[in-house]
Ligand binder design. Structure first.
Ligand SMILES: [Fe+2]
Length: 316
């Protein structure tokens, strides 16, 4: 459980984050990924994989689907104590299964006083296909993939369910394309050739490239948000993670890729580009995890709560 002791343990780090944020802007180096002059630090919250369902824990007793209601409620109470957060993003797997689960968990999010952003994971589609056309509007997303800017950082929400075996509506050609991609990947023996992963359509991939270029042209830096990891190599990675990593590498103003999906968490870096897999809230009977991320001019600071790790990611 996220306890008062966890809070007290996190307090000095929180104070440091506030004081560095208050330090404001300073003279800045001018290499590709470094903040433009006048950059103002800011913070936002991250939650991943609450994966609620009104069902008993799984057979291996690692996922406690029902407990995510009170874990999320406690996380939101803590995030509400931090007035300066620009938004709180949930990195997918809001529910584990059953359409009705949204009716239980979305009202908990209504208590969040900050702007909220959602993206969807594989479990967010685990119900009869008749419901699929409603899910984007039900959780309040503007589109399956979209972007928004905060103080010189462009956040690009990537939809890894786009070409998958579970998310496209019935009879959508992307279902057949997904079967094809998965079969091809299985032939190579790739560890991420799993039916619970997905990939981007070529249309979305072109959109992502265009958004990254537009951010660069506007003098913005970018952070990518997705349910699925792409780096380092892992069985949870998107099927087309290689082409995505190449695209990220080609855009040095892209600072980070943040994701969930692998509940154990993970981290990797390519130069100064950081790939952070946040841990899954649904795991364990009584411990939680979430984070506050602080974007500074020369680094990203992640303040982990509960099981989430605290990290400092160097950008300079
Ligand atoms: Fe998950």
């Amino acid at each position: 459980m996220f306890t008062r002791r966890d809070l007290l343990a996190a307090a000095p780090a929180a104070a440091a984050l506030v004081s560095t944020a208050a330090a404001g802007t300073a003279a800045l180096a001018q290499d590709g990924a470094t903040a433009p002059a006048g950059f103002t630090p800011f913070r936002f919250g991250v939650i991943s994989d609450p994966q609620f369902a009104p069902v008993v824990p799984n057979a291996t007793a690692t996922r406690f689907y029902g407990n995510s209601l009170w874990k999320l409620d406690a996380a939101i109470a803590e995030l509400n104590r931090h007035d300066d957060l620009e938004f709180v993003v949930t990195l997918g797997d809001i529910i584990d299964r059953h359409w009705e689960s949204y009716g239980h968990i979305l009202p908990v999010y209504d208590r969040l006083k900050h702007r909220k952003h959602f993206l969807l994971g594989n479990h967010d589609y685990d119900y009869p296909a008749e419901w699929i056309p409603s899910v984007i509007r039900t959780v309040g997303m503007p589109a399956p993939y979209y972007d928004f800017a905060v103080k010189g950082i462009r956040f690009i929400v990537v939809d890894g369910n786009d070409v998958s075996t579970f998310a496209p509506p019935k009879d959508d050609p992307r279902r057949a394309l997904a079967e094809e991609r998965l079969a091809k990947l299985k032939e190579t023996g790739a560890e991420n050739a799993q039916s619970w992963n997905g990939s981007l359509s070529d249309q979305q991939f072109a959109w992502l490239d265009e958004r990254l270029k537009a951010a660069q042209a506007a003098g913005e830096r970018a952070i990518l948000l997705c349910h699925y990891p792409v780096y380092p190599a892992n069985e949870h990675n998107l099927w087309d993670s290689e082409r995505i990593v190449e695209l990220v590498k080609a855009h040095p103003h892209c600072l980070a890729w943040f994701n969930g999906h692998n509940h154990a968490g993970n981290y990797g870096a390519i130069g100064k580009q950081h790939f952070v897999n946040f841990r899954g809230m649904v795991d364990t009977p009584d411990t939680s995890c979430f984070a506050i991320v602080s974007i500074q001019q020369d680094r990203i600071e992640i303040q982990g709560f509960g099981r989430e790790e605290s990290r400092v990611l160097d950008l300079a």
